[in-house]
Ligand binder design. Sequence first.
Ligand code: 0X9
Ligand code: ZN
Length: 300
Amino acid sequence: RLTFEHYHRLADMHGFLDYLGSTKSDFVSVHTIGQSVEGRAIKLIKISSSKPNATAFWIDGGIHAREWIASATVLYIINELVENRDNLDKEILDIDFYIIPLMNPDGYEYSHEQERLWRKNRRRSFGSFCVGTDLNRNWAYEWGGQGAGKYQCQEIYAGSGPLSEPETKSVANFIMERNSKFKAFVTFHSYGQYILYPWGHAKRLPSDSEDMDRVGRIAAAAMKQNGGATYTVGNSAALLYPAAGSSDDWAKGIAKIKYSYTIELRDTGRHGFILPASQIKISGKEAFAAIKAISKEIQS
Ligand code: 0X9
Ligand code: ZN
């Protein structure tokens, strides 16, 4: 079991998933859906409704190595969904959750061992001394557009081609095999306290952006009501900056998942990426409130 009092390393996180998979095998299963550039497992946990054709909800965290709170928050959500199942409403129990707490295991471990503010994966290429592709610029929707880097030395390097990285490719394949089931996609990042929706590649809105805006506001209100912080809701390119090749745009534009969000967790800049571990529980609590609120909306 995990405590939410400090940040965990990859082995502990995977150990926790495996533990849940073996102790709760009636509704939890753990799958290695691919391998990172350096050969680490990309592990996904499925928390099943045990209903045929259930609505599915995608959640991931840790696509950016230094955003430790994202993975810690996703683990908190997993713990609530599995260990506190008795407290959950029917709308939540009726959903199949597919969750990856750590999408960028190589970068995450590197940020613990070598460079705390590492962002990208650990791709090495001939012809460059620089390492890493930004996994949130590598997706196959408007790949290489505004806010995506051409050069490997950039922090926002988009990679050698769309889905060139095993971390993004494995997830994209997994989702596309069952994308008709997914109604919601939430990817956790830090920081800034935002609930962002597409498009992110340009200051343009999808035709149903009002639906994402409405549900985003319901989620932000639920976070606040549960003793959480204030989250600002809006279009990602407008509130932050245009960034093409991100996973939220791919989920919306290619996988056609209706409710696609990037949630930028705490804080608003005081600690930034180095958020103290003492905030894991409150971050988990508010984020879980958002997930429950979105779940109810996609079920109705
Ligand atoms: O730049 C990013 O990838 C995200 N911010 S972060 O500080 N966590 O790196 C924001 C992505 C929002 N989505 C799009 N702009 N598409
Ligand atoms: Zn990020």
